[in-house]
Design a protein around this ligand. Structure first.
Ligand SMILES: NC(=O)c1ccc[n+]([C@@H]2O[C@H](COP(=O)([O-])OP(=O)(O)OC[C@H]3O[C@@H](n4cnc5c(N)ncnc54)[C@H](O)[C@@H]3O)[C@@H](O)[C@H]2O)c1
Length: 445
């Protein structure tokens, strides 16, 4: 049976997804070189961390022409074997390493390194890779330590190498359309947004398990800084290794607050707690309210992450005086709503930047019974942009385009750093039970 994240090899070859990789392979063969070091356009890459997200990125990257995996690094032999075997099945003859420093020493020809390890090792791995002359794509959250995140920006600046942070919504064409066409060019919402709310509601789950016969022994775990297999597998719930749900899930959407408000927050209040998973260290439910000082005045944004209930999923909503944008990585939530007083949006349909949809916001069946200001059916439009690729693919494509052609990164280190500060301070606001004020200098390296 095909596993969830795996591309079927036959589909891969049949659909032409392999066209680029296949071409690269045949070029390598004719050139008589080791697989992956062929055409001048071919980018050689190494992957650090072959867990869930490492595999998602592998499957996205396998669809991109002229990118060759040359190495994988993974401390857990079970995942290391999985990664190398999987890549070899697609013709990527990778060398496998346990220690990323060994990989950097032994693989001078790598152009770039993908970092998909737990957040606490992003700093050292990214900085060493940059210093070894590699461009780096590092998963979000940039780090669970603001100091490390700062050093990562400094290393990128000092080495002149590219550092893309994995907030993939920044390369999602639907988000780019909303930001560029609707918000900035047409200003259909009546100028900048004043308010936002966003949520990630995720269903209750048990702690992750692992196949016991493949577990790492204690001394191996300790060598890499982990206290137990549970810490390695459930790292995101422990303070040493990650920032908890507000970072794991919230980071994606709080990053969009910074982007769509075109600002950094001036303060945050928050409440949260370990309400359910009392065997873990991080708050499993968090609610935060940010203030932003934007070019057009104060804006406020509410964010909630819940990990024991999933109804209504994950999405972001931004409100301006003339309308509301509802957007998500999930195609379910991608609408714009016009306030009744705002001028017609028909011209935007003609311009192709909105698509008329049948629905409205609220049922009108209670008209006459309750205040019409709360129940008016607002006209709704769809965003006419569909992402027809896996959600992470445009973001890694942007990274490779930046290396090859100088295309600007959609989430360079400075943006990733600002998001890390914005997100991590929520944990501080919860634990100190006080409002955290930001200084604009907090976001600058
Ligand atoms: N962009 C997204 O949508 C998205 C989604 C999920 C996770 N992530 C991010 O991806 C990263 C990895 O998350 P995950 O869900 O894949 O976790 P995971 O636990 O499934 O995978 C992490 C892997 O890294 C390995 N590892 C741990 N320390 C290592 C080290 N020092 N050197 C080499 N390998 C090491 C682990 O053995 C494991 O295989 C995190 O930063 C996470 O926030 C991003």
């Amino acid at each position: 049976m095909q596993k969830k994240n795996m591309i079927n090899r036959r589909d891969f070859l049949k659909t032409g997804m392999a066209a680029g990789a296949g071409l690269a392979m045949s070029r390598n063969v004719t050139a008589g070189t080791a697989a992956g070091s062929g055409g001048t356009d071919t980018l050689n890459i190494g992957l650090i961390g072959v867990g869930e997200q490492g595999r998602v990125l592998i499957n996205s990257i396998l669809k991109i022409p002229d990118v060759r995996f040359r190495a994988v690094c993974e401390i857990w032999s079970y995942n290391q074997r999985y990664g190398s075997n999987y890549l070899r099945r697609f013709g990527h003859d990778v060398n496998a390493y346990e220690d990323y420093r060994e990989m950097l020493d032994a693989e001078p020809d790598l152009d770039a390194v993908i970092v998909a390890t737990p957040d606490w090792v992003h700093g050292p791995q990214t900085i060493d890779a940059l210093n070894a002359g590699k461009h780096v794509y590092c998963e979000k959250l940039m780090s669970n330590s603001i100091d490390d995140a700062r050093k990562m920006v400094e290393a990128a600046n000092e080495t002149g190498k590219l550092l893309q942070i994995g907030h993939q919504r920044r390369s999602n064409p639907r988000y780019i359309h909303a930001y560029e066409k609707l918000l900035t060019e047409a200003e259909i919402f009546g100028g900048p947004f004043n308010y936002a709310n966003a949520q990630w509601n995720r269903a209750r789950s048990e702690p992750a398990r692992w196949p016991e016969r493949f577990e790492m022994d204690e001394s191996e775990l300790n060598k890499f800084g982990y206290g137990s297999m549970s810490e390695l597998i459930n790292w995101r719930w422990f303070k040493k290794y990650g920032g908890g749900p507000i970072s794991d899930l919230g980071a994606h959407q709080i990053d969009i607050f910074n982007w769509f408000f075109k600002a950094r927050p001036s303060g945050v209040i928050a409440s949260g707690g370990i309400d359910y998973y009392d065997y873990f260290e991080h708050n499993d439910h968090v609610m935060a309210i940010y203030d932003y000082e934007t070019n057009s005045g104060t804006a406020r944004a509410f964010y909630q992450v819940l990990t024991t209930t999933s109804a209504l999923g994950y999405h972001e909503r931004f409100m301006g005086l003339d309308g509301t944008l509802s957007i998500s990585e999930s195609p379910t939530w991608n609408q714009a709503y016009r306030e009744a007083h705002a001028e017609s949006w028909d011209k935007y349909v003609e311009q192709g930047i909105l698509k008329k949809t049948a629905g409205g916001t609220d049922a009108d069946s209670d008209e006459g019974l309750v205040d019409v200001r709360e129940t008016a059916v607002l006209d709704a439009w769809d965003l006419p942009v569909v992402l027809d690729k896996p959600i992470h693919q445009p973001h890694v494509e942007n990274f490779f385009d930046a290396i090859r052609n100088g295309t600007p990164l959609t989430c360079p280190a400075e943006e990733g750093f600002a998001s890390a500060v914005t997100v991590l301070k929520v944990n501080e606001a919860v634990s100190h039970q006080k409002r955290i004020a930001f200084d604009s200098k907090d976001f600058v390296v």
